[in-house]
Design a protein around this ligand. Structure first.
Ligand code: HEC
Ligand code: HEC
Length: 165
């Protein structure tokens, strides 16, 4: 009787703990919206306005050295530092083309991906049409091969930040 209870207790506790353990793989854009956006607004705009890249390293306007160390002590739990750093680095280097060319119909890229796109074996699919996004884009909005390359790279990167950070 008593050993059974012990097992049930252990199972219950590990079940209760699972969500918090899984949280280390959380949606980076949601993390930004929850913990950073009140002060810094949209992450892409923040990156392009305040951050730059020098010798492959991200620099702030104020914090020019070791931005990783700064982030560690600035509203971030340690385990998300590298992931957020990489997201900001990519955003700093990406032209705001989704905003200028797509957002009039698809609002922001993160929500568009969450609602309309599936990431399966690192390939993006349209949720409703169930075809690869690359095939769909060839024929959407008169996009040329260069444009498709650009948007595929950007959407794939953001999808990983959201679905498999
Ligand atoms: C309560 C407001 C607040 C929150 C929340 C906040 N920050 Fe900041 N952040 C600031 C202020 C103010 C500065 C600039 C002042 C300074 O030098 O510390 C700053 C600076 C930065 C910088 C350096 C910018 C530069 O020009 O050097 C980065 C990068 C940054 N924050 C990222 C984040 C991230 C990522 C989060 C969420 C995990 C976050 N911040 C949450 C207020 C905030
Ligand atoms: C004028 C409105 C409009 C603009 C601008 C627009 N789209 Fe779309 N897009 C749509 C509509 C409507 C659909 C729904 C699918 C359809 O065409 O049947 C769609 C579907 C998609 C899909 C497939 C996902 C799904 O919902 O099935 C992708 C991917 C996509 N758009 C990417 C983009 C990108 C990238 C840009 C910017 C270069 C862009 N779109 C600009 C209207 C637009």
């Amino acid at each position: 009787m008593i050993p059974d209870l012990k097992i049930i207790l252990i199972l219950t506790i590990s079940f209760l703990l699972t969500p918090s353990l899984a949280a280390s793989g959380q949606d980076l854009h949601r993390l930004w919206d929850d913990r950073c956006a009140t002060c810094h607004s949209h992450s892409g705009e923040f990156s392009r306005q305040f951050l730059s890249v020098s010798n492959g390293e991200l620099q702030g306007k104020h914090h020019t050295h070791d931005l990783r160390l700064f982030l560690k002590n600035h509203y971030l739990a340690g385990h998300s530092v590298d992931a957020v750093y990489n997201m900001l680095l990519a955003q700093t280097e990406t032209e705001p083309r989704f905003k200028s060319e797509c957002s009039s119909c698809h609002a922001n890229a993160a929500n568009f991906l969450r609602n309309s796109i599936i990431l399966r074996d690192s390939v993006l699919y349209s949720r409703t049409l169930n075809i690869p996004v690359r095939d769909f884009l060839n024929g959407h909005r008169n996009l040329q091969p260069d444009d498709i390359e650009f948007f595929m790279q950007q959407l794939t990167r953001i999808a990983h930040e959201i679905f498999q950070p």
